[in-house]
Design a protein around this ligand. Structure first.
Ligand code: SF4
Length: 238
């Protein structure tokens, strides 16, 4: 009791009280699952009796206004990205995002598709990426427990990164969502292939240059206090 009385107001707000809050936050995660892609099919076995994620205090939530954790369970199309951003911005802080599978990390098998987002962390902050195509329930549980540890230790700060680098994220989002140029380019029609403009080659080269730009860009971003998606790749299908 006497020790409690020695805690200053600043410590309560910034230090020890925050650590207590983080402990409870990490053990009562309400998840909103944005079921894009194939990874969503691994959620029912993760939630039900065999793997039983509820024993970790993780449960489903139907609305972003009361959710702590947003699950992006696979590839994200350009159209879907807008809804994911809107959903994430409706969630109250602190909030975390978990990306399932290789598609949110680098586009996966859709890496050269003009309609699919590569590097989702360029548009919203991913706190935990779970490797695999698709990740099995064991890998999902492993990713969740690692995220819980990061929340407990105060290291899962993607939402702060989003706030600190808001202009950078918004610029990247606008580049995709307000794009008016044809993605496949406007190469003249090839002989014998009437009406074809661009093609797989054009799309591929476009994506490669986008990746290069991203690699250079991210170094310039102020990362705040220790962020960047942590990747959990155990238990994947190979
Ligand atoms: S990583 Fe594999 S399983 Fe997941 S969305 Fe992409 S293609 Fe589907």
């Amino acid at each position: 009791m006497s020790e409690l009385l020695e805690i200053s107001r600043e410590e309560i707000i910034d230090g020890k009280w925050e650590r207590v809050l983080n402990f409870f936050r990490s053990r009562s995660l309400w998840m909103l699952y944005y079921c894009t892609g194939c990874g969503a099919i691994e959620l029912p076995p993760t939630m039900t009796s065999r793997f039983d994620m509820e024993r970790f205090g993780i449960g489903p939530m139907a609305t972003p206004r009361q959710a702590d954790m947003l699950l992006v369970t696979g590839y994200v199309s350009v159209k879907t990205l807008k809804r994911i951003i809107r959903t994430y911005e409706q969630m109250p802080e602190p909030k975390w995002i978990v990306g399932f599978g290789s598609c949110p990390i680098d586009g996966g098998i859709y890496w050269n598709s003009y309609a699919t987002i590569n590097h989702l962390e360029k548009y919203i902050p991913i706190d935990m990426s779970i490797g695999g195509c698709m990740p099995r329930p064991q890998a999902i549980i492993d990713g969740f427990t690692k995220l819980m540890k990061l929340i407990d230790s105060g290291e899962a700060v993607g939402y702060k990164k989003y706030r600190l680098n808001h202009d950078w994220y918004k610029r990247n989002q606008r580049e995709v969502l307000e794009r008016t140029e044809p993605v496949l380019g406007s190469r003249p029609a090839q002989a014998g292939v009437s009406g074809v403009t661009g093609g797989p080659g054009a799309a591929g080269s476009g994506n490669r240059s986008a990746k290069g730009a991203f690699a250079g860009d991210i170094e310039a971003v102020e990362l705040g206090d220790g962020c960047g998606a942590v990747r959990s790749g155990e238990g994947r299908h190979d």
